[in-house]
Design a protein around this ligand. Structure first.
Ligand code: C2E
Ligand code: CA
Ligand code: CA
Length: 837
């Protein structure tokens, strides 16, 4: 039903109007002429009242003057009006509710535009389906008003009015029936026929329908004949009712009204619902914790919610009209956005994580969903973007990850991460057939620090030590903190076991360095346990356990030390560690270290030529330790430099003493290790040392093995020349054991060659090969202008063989063992002795 049609469209236009002074009959005449059912009484522009067909029933037809009265006296007033744009549906409701037959339809300024009757409304309500289904008998007046033809007009009109009918069937005589309607009465007002019997006035013939005809047939009949009433006949042809337009429509109207009411209720409900929904939606959007942006199809912002403002710092006013690019972080490239728009066009939505920037410039990560909103034709009209700030979620994830894998205090990996890495390293070592080590490190006496200085100091110490330990490790090693004062170290890819012990010692050293925290300075120690893959175990868990067991052993056996899980390795290693520690102590205090001197004699004259300084070390427990044992140890422990320096110091000091005593000492040769030789500014240091002791140049010489000089011949030459410039002699030691290439010696400023004692030893055994070598070496050396020294001469037989070759100097037990300074001086310096004398 077209409830929304305005009444303007269905009202009757061509309004009849008259002045209030117009005689009723004149007005009625115009109504009859125009077939209008009403006339409006106006004065100027003002509507005063209305007179309708129905009012005609009230005219006293017995009084001939009644029809000449001014219409203003009999009209109905005031006239109820409706605006032209009132929906038909609403008008229908008012007809039913207010019981009216007409409404004046007025325009905006109140001017009359037309008349709306109930019939106009009903006819325009699309009732056909209803009329088609209903039968006449359901809609007719059950008891029609029937008048005898002899009744006088005035009496008949009153009767009709009293019974509320708008028409009556009239017996006109000869069983003929006629009809008298309100409209007929209007005509009688116009042309008063006098108060005559209605049988003469009634319209004939009476049009009829059958009881069971459809209402639509009845309506068509009314319209075709331009009448408004039909008599209803039963099967016997008897008039059993009257059917007027209004009756016919009443039922339908009832239905229609019910329908309308439902529709209106539905509409109201829907309206209320949608208003409610809208409010709800607004409230949801407003209070949403998700940021919401609505843009038009061109991506210009039309709306943002408070959460958006909260998260981005941009207010609604600042955002509207701009594009979401105001949030761009610059972190994503053009391809990223291109892909986003592509997905949006293709799928209608995009969801992902995106870095944006707040108004403050701060970056944040959002989880963004963009949905394209389309109209009925599928055209995109808007985009809606919903986002959440997930920066903190990310940060939390990162924090959780860190908590899960890292130690909160030191930032070092925790046990879990170490185990992960250890498992990986084991797989790697298995594939590559290599070794790895796990070191369990536990601080000694850390608890005391914690108890006496407080946990804050304890924590600081742990951080300090963690940092220190870290710097002593190789790049691929992992240092982890297990908690408390326990650490684990993973050393992957070990080439040799020595590497572990070196690192273990370095770690002990790192821990035992003095630590300064605030006012407090203290030393702690560490006990280390070491397990090896694949030697000790092949699972991460077992390796850690065994390292732990070994660490306990280290603690029990005196702390500040390391222990291997495997006892055999410990025995070998313990001694090394003990020696190393002792050597370090000796170097610090100078106790137990001294230099022995062994004389070198001229072969031919037998005169004392020089001496060799040989270091000696006495350990309180192990006794005197041969340099062949502790020099490699010093090399490994990085103690070679201080040791060499110490020897040189002792020698210089001794020479100075002998000089002061007036003993006129011969030169002393000091052995130089490779590391010492290649140190920075060796010549300068030696020069300063000699000067410091007031020694003349030439009193100190050096012995260097050939392998020391081998690979850097050019630099070696420069360095050697620097020493020669102070008058130092330089001998190539242990000659013949290395590469024995004499040609390269040509370019080096050396002064002597010492033939290794292994050759001398074999000379005495009558070995021909040895003699040949000695012959060749001595011959060539002489050609190069080098002195030749035979060392390790133990027997007279050896000396006799050597007499055949051009050997200049002899050194060995036969002529003199290395002895301490005092003895050397007594024997060789105060009164020079001749060999064999
Ligand atoms: P080297 O330089 O070849 O020193 C000679 C070694 O031969 C000394 O052993 C000496 O005692 C030994 N010797 C001398 N005559 C005989 C002999 O007739 N028979 C036998 N069997 N041996 C003899 P030592 O003192 O044990 O020194 C061993 C090595 O230690 C030295 O070999 C030297 O390379 C190194 N060394 C000793 N003192 C120093 C030092 O102050 N600095 C450096 N860098 N190395 C040193
Ligand atoms: Ca030597
Ligand atoms: Ca030697």
């Amino acid at each position: 039903m077209s409830h929304e049609l305005p009444v303007e469209r269905v009202m009757q236009t061509g309004l009849l109007t008259c002045e209030p002074g117009t005689p009723l009959c004149v007005a009625a005449d115009r109504m009859a002429e125009r077939r209008c059912s009403s006339i409006i009484v106006v004065e100027g522009d003002e509507v005063l009242g209305i007179w309708t067909e129905h009012d005609a029933l009230a005219v006293d037809f017995a009084d001939p003057a009644a029809v000449r009265r001014p219409i203003g006296e009999v009209m109905s007033r005031p006239v109820v009006s409706l605006p032209v744009d009132t929906p038909v549906g609403e008008a229908a409701m008012r007809f039913a509710a207010e019981g009216r037959r007409h409404y004046l339809v007025v325009d905006d300024s109140g001017g009359p535009r037309g008349i709306l009757t109930q019939t106009d409304v009903a006819l325009n309500q699309g009732l056909e389906p209803y009329l088609r289904l209903r039968e006449v008998q359901g809609a007719m007046h059950q008891r029609p008003l029937i008048l005898e033809g002899s009744r006088l007009l005035a009496d008949a009109a009153r009767h009709m009015r009293e019974l509320g009918g708008d028409a009556a069937v009239v017996h006109c005589g000869d069983s003929e029936l006629g009809i008298l309607t309100e409209r007929d009465l209007v005509c009688f007002v116009a042309r008063h026929p006098g108060n005559t019997p209605v049988g003469e006035l009634a319209s004939r013939p009476l049009l009829t329908v059958h009881l069971r005809d459809t209402l639509i047939a009845a309506r068509d009949r009314l319209l075709d004949n331009r009448v408004r009433h039909l008599a209803v006949l039963d099967d016997g042809g008897e008039v059993v009712g009257l059917l007027g337009f209004r009756d016919m429509l009443a039922g339908a109207e009832q239905l229609y009204l019910q329908d309308l009411r439902e529709a209106l209720e539905q509409r109201d409900h829907a309206l209320a619902q949608s208003r409610h929904n809208l409010q709800l939606a607004e409230r949801v959007i407003d209070s949403s914790l998700e940021g919401i942006i609505i843009t038009d199809a061109e991506n210009r912002i039309e709306f943002v919610n408070p959460a958006f403002t909260h998260m981005t710092g941009f207010t609604l006013e600042e955002a509207v009209g701009r594009t979401p690019q105001i949030l761009s972080s610059g972190r994503h490239d053009a391809a990223f956005y291109r892909q986003m728009w592509e997905t949006l066009q293709r799928c209608g939505y995009w969801r992902g994580e995106i870095w944006n920037r707040r108004k403050s410039g701060e970056l944040y990560l959002e989880l963004l969903t963009i949905t394209a909103i389309t109209d009925d034709d599928g055209q995109i009209t808007h985009y809606a973007a919903l986002f959440n700030d997930i920066t903190h979620i990310r940060e939390n994830e990162e924090r959780v990850r860190r908590l899960a894998y890292y130690d909160a205090l030191t930032g070092l990996p925790n046990r879990r991460l170490l185990e992960d890495r250890l498992e990986l390293a084991i797989r790697h070592a298995h594939r590559n057939q290599t070794r790895l080590a796990v070191i369990f490190l536990d601080l000694d006496h850390f608890k005391q620090v914690n108890d006496t200085l407080g946990h804050a100091t304890g924590d600081e110490l742990l951080m300090l030590l963690a940092e220190r330990l870290q710097t002593r490790l190789r790049e691929d090693d992992t240092l982890a903190r297990l908690g408390g004062d326990e650490f684990l170290v993973l050393l992957p890819d070990l080439d040799e076991i020595d590497e572990v012990t070196r690192i273990a010692r370095r770690l002990i050293e790192a821990v035992s360095e003095p630590s300064q925290i605030g006012q407090h300075s203290f030393r702690v120690g560490a006990s280390l346990g070491i397990s090896l893959y694949p030697d000790d175990a092949d699972s991460a868990e077992a390796l850690i356990h065994e390292a732990d067991v070994a660490m306990y052993r280290a603690k029990q056996e005196g702390r500040n030390a390391y222990r291997f899980y495997r006892a055999a390795m410990n025995r070998q290693d313990d001694r090394q560690l003990v020696l190393e520690t002792a050597l370090r102590n000796s170097l610090e205090t100078g106790e137990g270290l001294e230099v022995h001197y062994q004389p070198l004699f001229e072969r031919d004259s037998g005169r004392l030529h020089s001496a060799e300084a040989l270091v000696r070390w006495h350990h309180p427990l192990f006794g005197t330790i041969p340099p062949g044992d502790f020099i490699p140890l010093a090399e490994r422990a990085g103690l070679m430099m201080p040791l060499g320096e110490h020897v040189l110091q002792l020698v210089c000091a001794q020479l100075a003493v002998w000089q002061r005593e007036g003993r006129a000492p011969v030169p002393v040769a000091v052995n130089l290790s490779a590391r010492q030789f290649w140190q920075n500014d060796l010549a300068g240091k030696v020069a300063r040392k000699l000067e410091a002791h007031g020694l003349p140049p030439g009193l100190v010489g050096f012995e260097i093995t050939e392998s020391t000089l081998l690979d850097k011949q050019q630099q070696a030459a420069t360095l050697l020349q620097g020493l020669r410039d102070f008058g130092c002699s330089i001998a190539i030691d242990d000659f013949g054991t290395g590469y024995s290439s004499l040609s390269y010696l040509q370019d080096l400023p050396v002064t002597a060659l010492k033939i290794d004692r292994s050759f001398i030893k074999r000379l005495g055994d009558g070995e021909r090969g040895s003699a040949a070598i000695v012959a060749a070496v001595t011959g060539m050396a002489h050609e190069l202008g080098l002195q030749v020294v035979a060392e390790g001469v133990e027997t007279d037989a050896q000396r006799q063989v050597l007499a055949r070759y051009p050997v200049d100097l002899l050194q060995g037990f036969l002529l003199g063992r290395p002895v301490e300074a005092r003895q050397y001086a007594r024997r060789y310096l105060s009164r020079p002795l001749h060999a064999g004398a």
